[in-house]
Design a protein around this ligand. Structure first.
Ligand SMILES: [Zn+2]
Ligand SMILES: [Zn+2]
Length: 166
C-alpha cells in the first residue's frame, strides 16, 4: 500500500477553480474531489461512489459524473478509457505526473511507469512532422506478473494472421 496522498492543497485549488467559474463550492463537489486527490490510483465512478460512502457521504452518480467533468475541465484530473467499458479518473499532479500505463486484462490492475526514452522518441517524431503535441499517452495491455504466474490466460481475439486466411 502506498501512503495516502495529501489531498487538501489540491481540493483548495479545485475550490478556487469552481469560484472562478462562478460555480458553487458544494459539500458534494468537495467530497468527490477529496477522494480523487487522496490517492494516486485510477478510480472508476463505482469506486469513487464507494469511497465517498465510506467517508460518510451519500452522493448520487449523476453528481459524481458532473463533478468529475469539472475536475477534468480544471485539468487537475485525467480521464482514461482503458477499454473496460467505463472510464477511470486519476489525479494529474500526483507524485509521478508524467507516466504511462500497463493495464492487466486479468485483474484490471493499472501499473504506472515512466520512460525518458519515450519522451525522446516523441520529441523526434513531433520535430520531424512539425507537430505541436498536447499530450502523450501509451497504454500497454496484457497480464501482470501475478496473473501470469497464476496461469491466467486471455482469450484470443480475431484472426492471428489475416493474410493467411485470404
Ligand atoms: Zn493481473
Ligand atoms: Zn496513471
Amino acid at each position: 500500500m502506498t501512503p495516502p496522498v495529501a489531498a487538501v492543497p489540491f481540493v483548495r485549488v479545485f475550490a478556487r477553480y469552481l469560484r472562478e467559474q462562478g460555480l458553487p463550492v458544494t459539500h458534494q463537489r468537495i467530497a468527490v474531489a477529496d477522494v480523487v486527490f487522496g490517492t494516486d490510483e485510477h478510480l472508476s465512478v463505482d469506486q469513487i461512489e464507494g469511497r465517498v460512502r465510506d467517508q460518510g457521504d451519500r452522493i448520487g452518480k449523476a453528481t459524481i459524473y458532473r463533478t468529475l467533468d469539472l475536475l477534468v475541465r480544471s485539468r487537475l484530473v485525467a480521464e482514461h478509457d482503458f477499454g473496460e467499458g467505463f472510464k477511470r479518473y486519476e489525479h494529474r499532479l500526483s507524485r509521478q505526473p508524467e507516466h504511462e500505463h500497463l493495464i492487466c486484462l486479468g485483474c484490471d490492475k493499472v501499473t504506472e511507469f515512466h520512460s525518458r526514452e519515450l519522451k525522446k522518441i516523441q520529441d523526434q517524431a513531433v520535430a520531424e512532422f512539425g507537430f505541436q503535441p498536447t499530450r502523450l499517452s501509451l497504454e500497454v495491455y496484457g497480464l501482470c506478473a501475478a496473473c501470469h504466474e497464476a496461469g491466467v490466460e486471455l482469450p484470443d481475439y480475431g484472426l492471428t494472421c489475416p493474410i493467411d486466411s485470404v
